[in-house]
Design a protein around this ligand. Structure first.
Ligand code: NAP
Length: 281
């Protein structure tokens, strides 16, 4: 297929269509109903597969475009920011979207807030897929941080050889920590500044316990720093840390936005079910 961005450079918005009626929102006898999935997570990928398996639905997953080579997704995909909540509302209307699922990462607070505002403005139902956060169990030595700056300020008191597993976007928060060594793990290299003592490990989850155990041992890790992402894809590092008897510094989530009409669910299957109920009702 020809590159839809054309020869003149990147278009921030690309939509890969797959031969269904792409013009209207469909539904009610007019073809499949368009569902916008705000994605960038394993849950969103699972949800896109569930929705795409239904002939009455046309899922479009939206990605921010942070990763140059995202993993393949079922259904249609569009890439790039919308330009703000008003523009997202216009997009929802012009694409004839019948329901929106916010399946973004719990730390992606801005797009979630935009989704709440835009769906309200467009008069379209919003389903928020909020996977539960992680909770410490017996044998865990977890320490809470309120945000990344707080986490950075507390590293030196907890460890010297740190697995920094917070993604690539906010590694700069640790750039001034010069009394610890960091193994910085991310899908792609961070754009911003890095801590003075570090090694970069480019890798993409999901991660299994055995590999995480080996990683911590190989690098002599004595502290794991993570966001409270929740889910199974990246939780093995927490189990490996407990086995090794080392602390984990957990950056807790920002407050989740959402209006009174938002349907909140905690799994992809429940989100697919909520969409089906909305469209049936
Ligand atoms: P953010 O701070 O909440 O959003 C910043 C801006 O990026 C938004 O205002 C929006 O631009 C655009 N954007 C974000 N997600 C988008 C999406 N799914 N589709 C289209 N535009 C999107 O987001 P972020 O924390 O940078 O996260 C970006 C993406 O990475 C999200 O899709 C998220 O699910 C994924 N992700 C984030 C994290 C994390 O720790 N933050 C971890 C794993 C995955 P406009 O205002 O121009 O529309």
């Amino acid at each position: 297929m020809a590159d839809p961005r054309g020869p003149t450079g990147p278009d921030p918005v690309t939509v890969a269509r797959r031969g269904l009626d792409a013009g209207g929102g469909g539904g009610a006898g007019g073809g499949p109903s368009t569902v916008l999935v705000l994605g960038g997570t394993a849950d969103a990928r699972e949800l896109a597969g569930l929705l795409d398996a239904r002939p009455d639905l046309r899922p479009i997953t939206s990605l921010a475009g942070r990763v140059a080579d995202p993993a393949a997704l079922p259904g249609e995909v569009r890439v790039g920011g919308f330009g703000g909540p008003a523009e997202l509302a216009s997009w929802i209307t012009s694409e004839g979207v019948r329901a929106v699922v916010d399946a973004t990462h719990p730390f992606a607070a801005r797009i979630s807030a935009n989704a709440a505002v835009a769906t309200s403005a467009a008069g379209v139902p919003l389903v928020a897929l909020r996977r539960p956060g992680w909770a410490a169990g017996p044998g865990d030595d977890w320490h809470d941080a309120v945000d990344l700056a707080d986490a950075a300020s507390r590293v030196a008191g907890l460890g010297r050889r740190v697995l920094l597993a917070i993604g690539r976007q906010e590694v700069g928060a640790f750039a001034a920590v010069d009394d610890a060594w960091f193994l910085v793990r991310a899908i792609e290299a961070p754009d911003g500044p890095l801590p003075p003592h570090h090694e970069l490990l480019l890798d993409r989850g999901p991660y299994a316990l055995e590999g995480e155990r080996d990683l911590l041992a190989e690098h002599g890790i004595d502290l794991v720093v993570t966001k409270d992402s929740g889910g199974d894809a990246t939780r093995a590092k927490l189990d490996a840390a407990r086995e090794r008897g080392i602390p984990v510094l957990v950056v807790r989530r920002p407050a989740a936005p959402g209006g009174p009409g938002t349907v909140v669910v905690d799994t992809a299957a429940a989100a697919a079910e909520a969409v089906a109920q909305i469209l049936a009702g």
